[in-house]
Write a protein that binds this ligand. Structure first.
Ligand code: CMC
Length: 382
């Protein structure tokens, strides 16, 4: 057996997948053969999740059935709502509240007695989780504001309904479409850390609630999903700074600060998702506040063109422009990473299902570097 150490599993192939593929040199991302640009332009989040889970784009009847099933599963149990209220009162972070909510959904799962290898049941459970995450998150936000949760809107799709449940107001078409696109862009991305976490859990044939809870936990870190919130915090810092935004980024660079939203394990060029979100951010800026977009483009220009980060393969990733988009949609900044989870659940469930079809327990090794031949000393003699 080869004993090469691949820290961070960089470049290690651990599975075959038909779900998504990234060309990190060309900046190309496809879901089951369709480019991310085409899907963002022409499909809805529900269509994309269907594609990831079922292997083909739905026809009208299939989409209607799938959407109806999701809409019927949106409500969360009153105990989950009560827990969201308690966690909001305790000032819990939204990602932690979401982790608790997903774990708790399983207590009210109607098919909890099926065999772990019943993949059709896993699919239905995954659909329930996908339907309920927006409701639990929006309820948590409402409780934080001291307001009652808003019931899901029967006529709105998953993206528009989430925005509606946050405020009680139906979003404009532009806001609903922009948010739907953002969800599509985040739905899957190969074996990223949270997807791999879900797969490791799924490979033990643990249930999908455990796998998705683990995915949420892995996504919460600043090196993964947490970066979108960090980007917006940087933009606030620039806004409050006495320096102008160009000077701010020069100083941050001199201090050796790592700018969130830059760099990626797989992309050596600008992330294609960042390009699409940049366009959305620019459009929203034209009809709203333009300073956030200005700050981001200044940072990008300085770091990539003047500091030459692009030559080192460090370019904007998906998180760099999503922050200013969400901000303009009126979404609270600590909800950005939960929104990522709300979308990525499509990928987590899809990859677990795909892996479990020909399951093999994931169990790598570590090279032992500790001492050997230690002499044991009883407690009272230590
Ligand atoms: N700003 C400046 N330099 C950077 C940055 C950055 N944001 N990211 C990486 N580098 C440099 C790093 O200093 C290192 O340089 P050197 O080789 O000279 O020491 C080189 O690039 C490689 O960095 P690394 O940390 O070893 O690379 P990695 O593949 O382990 O990490 C990353 C990838 C995403 C963790 C890292 O780029 C990073 O910390 N970025 C900021 C956080 C971020 O935006 N995360 C979101 C990732 S995309 C969304 C997602 O998948 O969740």
């Amino acid at each position: 057996m080869a004993d090469d150490l691949k820290k961070g599993l960089e470049g290690v192939l651990v599975a075959e997948s038909e779900l998504s593929s990234i060309d990190g040199d060309e900046g190309r991302l496809i879901y089951r053969g369709y480019t991310i640009e085409e899907l963002a332009r022409g499909a809805s989040y529900e269509e994309v999740v269907y594609l990831l889970w079922h292997g083909h784009l739905p026809d009208e009847a299939e989409l209607a059935e799938f959407t109806e099933a999701i809409n019927e599963e949106r409500e969360v149990h009153e105990d989950v709502l009560a827990t969201m209220e308690r966690l909001a009162e305790a000032d819990e972070r939204p990602m932690a509240a979401l982790r608790t909510a997903v774990s708790m959904f399983s207590a009210y799962e109607p098919e909890d007695d099926v065999e772990p290898d019943d993949l059709e049941a896993t699919l239905r459970k995954g659909r329930r989780i996908t339907a309920k995450i927006p409701t639990a998150l929006a309820a948590f936000e409402r409780y934080r504001l001291g307001e009652d949760p808003i019931d899901p809107h029967p006529d709105l799709g998953l993206a528009a309904n989430f925005l509606y449940m946050l405020t009680g107001e139906e979003p404009s078409d532009v806001h609903a479409e922009t948010f739907d696109q953002a969800l599509i862009l985040h739905a899957d991305h190969g074996l990223n850390a949270s997807t791999f976490t879900s797969m490791v859990i799924g490979s033990t044939m643990a249930d999908i609630y455990s796998a998705v809870t683990g995915g949420v936990a892995a996504l919460s870190g600043p090196l993964h999903g947490g970066a979108n919130q960090d980007v917006m915090e940087v933009l606030f810092e620039i806004d409050e700074s006495e320096l102008d935004h160009r000077e701010w980024v020069e100083q941050a660079n001199e201090e050796g600060r790592r700018i969130p939203g830059f760099g990626h394990r797989v992309y050596n060029v600008k992330d294609p998702r960042a390009k699409i979100l940049q366009e959305r951010s620019e459009e929203l800026a034209e009809n709203g506040e333009d300073k956030w977009y200005d700050y981001t483009t200044t940072i990008e220009q300085f770091l990539t063109e003047e500091q030459g980060l692009v030559e080192k393969g460090i370019a904007p990733n998906v998180d760099f422009y999503s922050g200013s988009v969400y901000y303009q949609l009126g979404i609270p900044i600590d909800m950005y990473t939960p929104i990522f989870a709300m979308s990525r659940v499509g990928g987590w469930v899809g990859h677990v299902l795909e892996y479990q079809e020909e399951n093999r327990l994931i169990r790598p090794r570590a090279r032992y570097t500790g001492p050997t031949d230690q002499e044991f000393v009883p407690l009272e003699e230590r």
